[in-house]
Structures are given as C-alpha cells and as structure tokens.
Design a protein around this ligand. Structure first.
Ligand code: URA
Length: 434
C-alpha cells in the first residue's frame, strides 16, 4: 500500500479497500505513516465521506490498534451511554451509578473537554483524590464490586483514535460523520459494553448544529454499533440551551450530587431518567420505558443511586466528603452575581456564549495541555421559561479573581434574553432512534 495513492483515491471520491484502510491505520499507529499523510487522508474523508462498509473497517482497524476489554460470562448485562458533548452535560455522573443501581454493569471510559464542551473526566478530577487512571484489571474490579466505574482513555485502548483525534483537533477535521463515528465506536467497541446508548447533541453549542446532521450521526453510530454486534439506541437532544443551572467542573459535580439526591434541575433529571431507562430497556433489564422510568426515579429519590456513586468515588480513591458538604470541592477565589436589568421571562440562554465564558473564566482548555481551574464556572444560571424580577440574579460567575469575572459580565448579560411573554416550553428530546 502506497499511502499517497490511498489519499489520492479518497480525494477523488473512490471507496477505499479494506486491506488498504487497515494497513494505513496500522502504519499511522506505529509511526511509519507520518502525521501529515494521516491529516491529508482525514481531510479527504472530511470532504468525500465514506461508505458504511469503509466506516466499519476504519472503526475495526482503530479498535484493534490496542487492547480490547471483555466482559464475557459476567452475570450482569453491560451497558454504556455516550454523549457527543455539550454545555453543562454532567449526565454520565448520574447515569453510571443509576444504571448500576438497577442491575447493569457500566464500564464508562470518558474524555476530557476540549473547546467549549465539557468532559466527564475533568469533572471527576475536580473530586479530591479521585483516580481516573485505573488499570484494566482495577477498572473491572471496581465494576464487579460497585456496579460501575468511570475512567479516562488509557494508552492501551484504541491508541489509533487517541493519535488521530489529537491530529483532527488541529487540522479542522473533527466535524466529519465517518471520522466521529469511527472515533467514538472504536473506543466504545474496545470498552466491551454490549449495549450502547448515544446522546447526540444538536444545536448551536454542539458539533451537529442541524437536526438533519444530528440524525445522520445518530444513524451512523447505530449502524456501526450493530455491525460490531452491539445493541444500540440514540436520543437526539437539544444543545441550544445549557443543561442544568451549573456549568463548570466542581459546580457540575455538585449539581450531579443534587440530582442523585432526587433534587437538581428538571431538565437534568429528565434526561438522566430517559437515557438510563433506554439503557435498561435495550439491554433487556426492563420490559418497557414506563416501568424503567418508575423504578429509576425511585432510585434517585431513595438514595440508592447516590449510594452507588459514593461507593464508586471511594473505590477510586476519592474523598467522599463533598457528597454531604459541597464546599469540600474546589472553591473559587471570587463570585460575581449578575442581576436582571428588567423583569421578564427568560426566552433564551445562549449555550454557545455560556460555554465560551466558562472556558475563559478558566473552566476549559484551548490546548490539550492547558491546566483547568476546577472551581471556575457559572452557577445559579436561569433557564428558559423562568420568570425574573428586575434586580434578581441571572447567574453567578465563578473565577480566581474579580478581574476575570468583570471581563465577562457584559457577554454574560447578553447571553440571556428576557421577554414579557412566557416562551413555549423547551423541547429537550428532539428525536428518538431505536
Ligand atoms: N467524541 C469522540 O470521541 N470523537 C469524536 O470524533 C468526536 C466526539
């Protein structure tokens, strides 16, 4: 296989042969094919796309570039949920323990936030002592004893994806459906869960801005999942507005704990229940969504899911004091309240603007090696449909110092639109694919 011939073939819109895709990925992983040739192929794929057969082979080649975890013979069904990323999306923190409390085994390998979207891994690292780098043996041990474990991608798991994702991030080739599908499915395939539920975010703060693109991605993920012999289903959910009232790392952990205590914002609770219910139904634990929702809501309200979460934190070396006392999480140097200049209903909270503000307050990265301020973010954020009186808070900005918060007050103010009339209720779940 001559790498440049393969690049030319894709550039000219032809489908690639299985052996060629496999050799190319193998060479890239081993370093015999340089980054510039991989980047050129990624750009050709970005423009010319791939057939399902090509995506399947690419996924398999990337999955087989490293270790594959197996749960064969385990007494509980295994299931995982994957989100394509959004603002305020702390759902994994509730879904893993809730699904485990219902009887699933949940191996969850999460990523860091990059750009404006947050990452579960960064949120977990806001918990003092929590170890996100377990060996495969330790990961399986935590799942066997607690029911779930959330860790980061190891060096051994889908290394081709780890390398390719970093390259795509700096070559403008992230938002490609074949490449996103192969990236997500190679990791999820290697992780070993039998059931995979996708939360495909759609809206101005998501990779997929239109419903049509989100649907194409959801269908592509489901098709490739089935080709890998996984049971799959997907929800397409709104990412025009942030999820919940807290955006950042430590504050999202605190909001996740509130939700696990049966409280928390209504949108956060609703999506937690829907996605977890889908996991239990698709994996055969519950007969239908209604009975799943009822049982899972009970587990949020009676503390069973919180109990699993506490055990997971302890099993992974975390100090669980924050569960009863949120001030045990990293605290900001400065809090700045932003007040409404007039009375009215909240018609819109711009998730893209909110994500950008949180990143600049220190809560995100612009480069992979940037350090995060875990305490930075926004809390007490109003949501679409809320009514606020003039002078009441719209949100509270959290950062190291007052000059950081002051720099973002004006943009924060224009991210929230107030109107005299009550807006139509937000549609959280845009489509379901099962
Ligand atoms: N998440 C991934 O893991 N990969 C992508 O390409 C996009 C989102």
């Amino acid at each position: 296989m001559i790498p440049q011939w393969l690049i030319e073939q894709k550039r000219d819109g032809f489908a690639l042969k299985e052996d060629d895709i496999r050799s190319f990925i193998k060479g890239f992983t081993l370093g015999t094919i340089p980054d510039y040739q991989m980047a050129a192929l990624a750009m050709a794929i970005y423009f010319k796309g791939m057939t399902d057969a090509e995506i399947s082979v690419l996924t398999d080649a990337m999955m087989c570039s490293g270790e594959r975890i197996s749960f064969e013979g385990w007494p509980r069904p295994t299931a995982d949920k994957h989100s394509t990323g959004g603002i305020g999306d702390k759902l994994s923190l509730m879904i893993a323990p809730l699904a485990a409390s219902a009887g699933l085994a949940v191996p969850m390998i999460s990523g860091r936030g990059l750009g404006i979207t947050g990452g579960t891994l960064d949120k977990l690292e806001a918990i003092p002592g929590y170890n996100t780098h377990l060996t495969t043996e330790a990961f399986k041990q935590v799942i066997a004893t607690v029911g779930c474990s959330i860790i980061g991608q190891t060096e051994r798991l889908a290394p081709a994806d780890k390398k390719l994702y970093a390259l795509r991030d700096v070559t403008g080739t992230v938002p490609s459906i074949p490449l996103i599908t192969a990236s997500i499915m190679s990791k999820k395939g290697a992780e070993g869960a039998e059931t995979l539920i996708f939360d495909v975010k759609c809206g101005r703060a998501a990779f997929m801005r239109s419903l049509q693109d989100a649907r194409s991605l959801a269908e592509s993920l489901s098709r490739i999942g089935r080709a890998l012999n996984r049971k799959t289903a997907a929800l397409i959910t709104d990412m025009d507005q942030p999820l919940g009232r807290s955006i950042g790392n430590a504050v999202e952990v605190a909001e996740a704990v509130e939700t696990l205590k049966g409280k928390g914002p209504a949108d956060t609770r609703e999506l937690t229940l829907e996605l977890t219910a889908l996991m239990t139904v698709v994996s055969g634990l519950h007969a239908n969504m209604d009975s799943a929702r009822v049982e899972l809501a009970r587990h949020l309200d009676n503390g069973r899911a919180l109990d699993v979460f506490r055990k997971m934190v302890i099993a992974q070396g975390g100090d669980p004091r924050f569960i009863d006392d949120p001030t045990a999480l990293p605290q900001p140097g400065h809090r700045q309240w932003l007040k409404a200049l007039c009375s009215g209903y909240v018609a819109d909270v711009d998730a893209l603007a909110i994500g950008r503000i949180v990143l600049q307050l220190g809560g995100g990265r612009t480069k992979t090696d940037d350090t995060i301020d875990y305490a930075a973010g926004i809390e007490a954020l109003v949501q679409q449909g809320d009514y606020v009186e003039k002078g009441e808070p719209l949100m509270c900005l959290l950062a190291k110092n007052s000059s950081l918060t002051a720099a973002h007050l004006a943009t924060a103010c224009s991210a929230v639109k107030l109107t005299p009339d009550k807006p139509a209720p937000r549609k959280l779940i845009l489509q379901t694919l099962d």
